[in-house]
Design a protein around this ligand. Structure first.
Ligand code: ADP
Length: 968
């Protein structure tokens, strides 16, 4: 996670752990505080304290200064001089310190009991208890306070506490063997609930009306990844991992967040989870599962208790309601709540209103927020889905873990298309056509787009050259498909949009009003106000809103929220009476803040006759911005010159031209705002731009317009040497757009795309802009040999291209021959970093072939591969006589003495090498002796890193004395 010369940071150079900590201060702080809860920091402090790395005084200073700075709620009481002294012998107070991390976790669930015995034994007063139990503390913090208090009371109190913990543990293990027995009514309720959940979840809404396909038939695994690095987890998580312990950041929290963009499959994932539970196929540790949709909770205006919320919104118990609810309260760990689409809740998450009583009524958002925080129904596991925009720091601090849903993998697309088409020949043709159109293939990583493409296979296969490239193309294809579906005999003519103009405008108005109003479910009155007719409904874009409680009246919603955004965009483009400022407002210009566009302003763009009767509520919520951004992307696409002909059947050419000019102007202005924010570089550093969140969106809008002149014009104003787009959620679609725009840059840049989801398809999409890249950073991007093969075939011909960093991808020996070719061919290539991949001795031999013919490479990083002695020897042979290499890293590669001795030959002879990294290998005294002898002949080498090899403390000491450039 941290920047490391090994994995391709822009500067290189070795440093001690201390230096590293200093240099990486910001990243470390970010890592410690990223969850916005002090828990991680406190746990690290516990460990440091237990190991004696931190003395008590330092610990308290940190607590106090942190508490002052960040408002953290620990360490508020005065220090006790006794505590600052190191305890002697293995006393009980000392045990409290050395075993602190474990004791904190053991005490968390039994603070009350511990306080009770401490009071009983006379060690604690009630004031002591109150201080420990302050409600602002989390259970872990209470446990820490308890430990600190007990230490201040001395040996006797410490012994009482340790004795209690021991007894309590024995008691708990005894209890664990006991089984819980629900009453017959509870069992009946479970049966009723699961059959209702099964009915609700067995069909996907996108297949409900038109096919008999069940969720079981079509469900395809999508990529689910932890939002934070976790050493134990590689690759995708399973559904069960969502609620399992994998990747838990905060054990005190109950809420698991699944975040992902619109259409990436969040609702479907939950639906799958529900169905598997209801079928008894998974999550059977949970006796009851209660599914909620935030979209539907929006229409609950009554105040409810938790009991009413569960029973009214999910499943009504036919008898013994109170008994069943009591069972739920008594066994929180057997209960699972899911909340789909937190982003669609009309109110932003807030933790200002505390509500702790499950039988007392409160407005539904307050209930929901308190459930997520854990102040209500503590211990009940909650899974919530949301688009990333709607998750702020206020919620993050209550999360148990966060996972990102990243849509389909390339094999997922394949699998989905095959499941979708019962005729394997059709599936094969669709897949073939996707292979020839990688821009479209990129789009298909988003499941909703993959569904559209599969649904429209006839249009897709029939369109030859004009196969869709942009998201707008795909949505226009489904629009055409649904119109056609209504009247299959009639062939669609050029003026098809005009023929259905009324439907487009009616649904467009409904969508537009909904987007501005955070309204996604529509009543009869809404439909009437917008003039939506039965005929419009029959087109299939609107579906009946599913509600698990059957007593709600039938209402409609769009097939998917992106479809609603598309219709809103159609309305903006097709409606001649649209306010002239609408487009500027949509792009966040004209008096609205960059991120928080106000829906009220947006709604004011409507002709007064159709302005909503509903008063708009409160501030704009984050997801409105996200929906407006999707809408703006579609507006850009619809106003592309390519669709001028289509639109001319519906509006005047002057109106279309005006709107096109307006969009181009908005995009240009917003981009320039970004460029202006780039700060001047510090002397000696490159001029660098770190992309703001809206940057990628604007790039996508430019791409949708497919106007290379516009892209050229905008890029001519960008003057940077380094473009940083790390952690920007960049997948293949974004790569297509980036390449389309960046290829027009005036001068070459370093393109840093670390920690995204570029993948092989994305790499291929980036090719058109490689000629303006001098360095490419693709750490952690799920790239395999296939992508690299295509990349190298391109960059080998790009004069500017000099550096590549591919740390932590999926590379094997199958890609090294391509790098070898690159090294042979490009005599200006400077840095190759392949750390943490899967390269063995065979791969190293291939690289060696290339190295032998190369006289430009300065940095070669292979940390964390498996090249072994044979690989190291091959590299060493190849580097004999090399006159360019400055830095070579073979850290953690299974290198032993044979490898070390071979490398010693380079050390002896090289006139350029400054640093050799051999940390974490199997080198013993013999190997190091070779290196020492070699260093005698070389004054150029600055350091040879040998930490964590097979050497005794005495050997290390002796060798350091003999050769100070060896670092152990
Ligand atoms: P989100 O909730 O993230 O907006 P959805 O779950 O509503 O996305 O997905 C939109 C559509 O994409 C679904 O209706 C379905 O057609 C398709 N889809 C999503 N995920 C999957 C999946 N795992 N398997 C099959 N189809 C999926």
């Amino acid at each position: 996670m941290l920047d490391n010369p090994e994995d391709g940071s822009w500067q290189s150079g070795s440093m001690s752990a201390q230096e590293l900590v200093l240099r990486q201060r910001t990243e470390i702080l970010h890592a410690l505080c990223s969850s916005r809860s002090s828990e991680i920091l406190e746990r690290v402090l516990d460990m440091l304290l237990a190991r004696g790395t931190l003395v008590w005084e330092d610990y308290q200073n940190i607590q106090i200064s942190e508490a002052q700075k960040a408002g953290l709620s620990f360490g508020a009481y005065s220090s006790d001089p006794e505590l600052t002294e190191a305890p002697c012998g293995a006393s009980a107070t000392q045990t409290l310190l050395t075993e602190r991390p474990g004791l904190v976790s053991k005490l968390r669930g039994c603070i009350d009991g511990a306080l009770h015995v401490l009071v009983e034994s006379g060690s604690f007063t009630s004031t002591d208890c109150d201080e420990v139990q302050l409600p602002i503390f989390t259970p872990s913090q209470q446990a820490r306070h308890l430990l600190d208090h007990v230490r201040s009371k001395g040996e006797a109190a410490a012994r009482v506490l340790l004795q209690y913990i021991l007894q309590n543990q024995e008691h708990a293990s005894h209890l664990n063997q006991e089984t819980w027995t629900p009453t017959e009514d509870c069992f009946k309720y479970k049966k009723k609930l699961s059959s209702s959940v099964a009915v609700q979840s067995c069909f996907l809404s996108t297949y409900g009306g038109t096919s008999n396909m069940t969720l079981d038939d079509i469900y395809t695994e999508s990529q689910l990844e932890l939002a934070h690095d976790c050493a134990d987890v590689l690759g995708s998580l399973s559904l069960e991992d969502l609620v399992g312990i994998v990747g838990t950041l905060n054990e005190d929290a109950d809420t698991v967040l699944v975040s992902g963009e619109a259409g990436c499959g969040k609702s479907t994932l939950l639906q799958r989870l529900h169905l598997l539970w209801a079928q008894g196929a998974a999550l059977q540790d949970f006796f009851l599962l209660f599914p909620f949709s935030c979209r539907r909770l929006n229409s609950e205006h009554r105040e409810l208790s938790v009991q009413e919320l569960l029973f009214h919104h999910c499943c009504w118990p036919d008898r013994e309601q109170d008994q069943i609810f009591q069972f739920i309260l008594d066994h929180p760990h057997l209960i699972l709540f899911t909340f789909d689409g937190l982003d669609e809740l009309k109110q932003n998450f807030s933790d200002e209103h505390r509500h702790c009583c499950p039988t007392q009524r409160a407005p539904v958002p307050i209930l929901l927020f308190n459930l997520l925080q854990g102040s209500l129904m503590k211990g009940v596991r909650k899974v919530v889905t949301s688009r990333p925009e709607a998750v702020g720091p206020a919620l993050k601090k209550y999360l148990r873990k966060e996972v990102h849903l990243k849509g389909f993998s390339p094999s997922g697309i394949d699998c989905f298309v095959r499941k979708h088409h019962s005729d394997p020949a059709v599936a094969a043709r669709v897949l073939e056509s996707l292979q020839t159109n990688t821009a479209l293939l990129g789009l298909c990583h988003t499941p909703v787009l993959c569904w559209i493409v599969s649904q429209c296979h006839k249009e897709l296969l029939g369109c030859g050259e004009g196969s869709p490239q942009t998201i707008t193309d795909v949505y226009l294809m489904i629009l055409q498909h649904f119109f056609q579906h209504q009247n299959p005999q009639k062939t669609l003519r050029i003026g098809w949009m005009q023929e259905h103009l009324n439907t487009a405008l009616h649904l467009g108005l409904l969508a537009f009003k909904g987007i501005g109003n955070s309204c996604y479910i529509f009543s009869d009155t809404d439909l009437q106000t917008c003039g939506v007719t039965e005929e419009d409904i029959c087109m299939g874009f609107l579906i009946h809103s599913k509600d698990i409680s059957s007593n709600s009246c039938k209402r409609l919603e769009f097939l998917h929220v992106t479809m609603q955004c598309f219709f809103a965009a159609l309305y903006i483009v097709l409606n001649s009476a649209m306010d002239r400022s609408a487009i500027a407002k949509l792009f966040g210009l004209q008096g609205m803040s960059q991120t928080g566009m106000s829906s009220t302003c947006f709604m004011a763009c409507l002709p007064s006759t159709v302005q909503p009767e509903l008063a708009l509520e409160g501030e704009a919520i984050a997801v409105e911005t996200a929906n407006l951004q999707i809408t703006a992307t579609f507006v850009s696409g619809l106003l592309s010159q390519r669709y001028r002909g289509l639109l001319l059947h519906c509006c005047s050419s002057s109106t279309i031209d005006r709107k096109i000019r307006q969009v181009a102007r908005c995009l240009s202005k917003r981009m320039q705002k970004h460029f202006k924010s780039i700060s001047q570089p510090v002397e000696g550093e490159k001029k660098s731009m770190h992309a703001m969140p809206a940057f990628v969106w604007l790039i996508k809008c430019i791409y949708e317009m497919q106007e290379s002149r516009l892209a050229q014009d905008i890029m001519s104003k960008l003057d940077v040497q380094h473009l940083k787009l790390t952690y920007c959620n960049i997948g293949p679609v974004e790569c297509t757009a980036l390449a389309y725009v960046l290829q027009h840059l005036k001068s070459p840049v370093g393109l840093q795309l670390d920690y995204n989801s570029v993948g092989d398809v994305g790499v291929e999409q980036l090719l058109p802009c490689m000629h303006v890249c001098n360095s490419l950073y693709l750490r952690n991007n799920n790239i395999s040999d296939e992508g690299i093969c295509k990349l190298i075939a391109k960059v080998i011909h790009c004069d500017n291209f000099q550096k590549i960093a591919l740390f932590n991808n999926k590379l094997t020996d199958a890609c090294t021959q391509h790098f070898s070719r690159l090294l042979k061919t490009k005599q200006n290539f400077l840095a190759l970093r392949l750390g943490n991949n899967n390269i063995t001795a065979e791969g190293a031999k291939q690289l060696a072939e290339g190295l032998q013919c190369n006289q430009s490479l300065q940095y070669l990083g292979l940390w964390g591969n498996k090249i072994g002695d044979t690989g190291a020897e091959a590299l060493a042979r190849a580097l004999m006589g090399n006159k360019s290499l400055l830095w070579l890293s073979l850290v953690e590669n299974g290198v032993g003495n044979a490898g070390a001795c071979a490398l010693a030959d380079i050390v002896k002879n090289s006139t350029t090498l400054e640093e050799l990294c051999l940390t974490k290998n199997y080198i013993t005294r013999t190997g190091v002796e070779c290196l020492i002898q070699a260093l005698k002949h070389n004054t150029h080498v600055k350091s040879v890193w040998l930490k964590s090899n097979e050497l005794s403390v005495e050997e290390v000491e002796e060798m350091t004395q003999r050769e100070s450039r060896l670092i152990f």
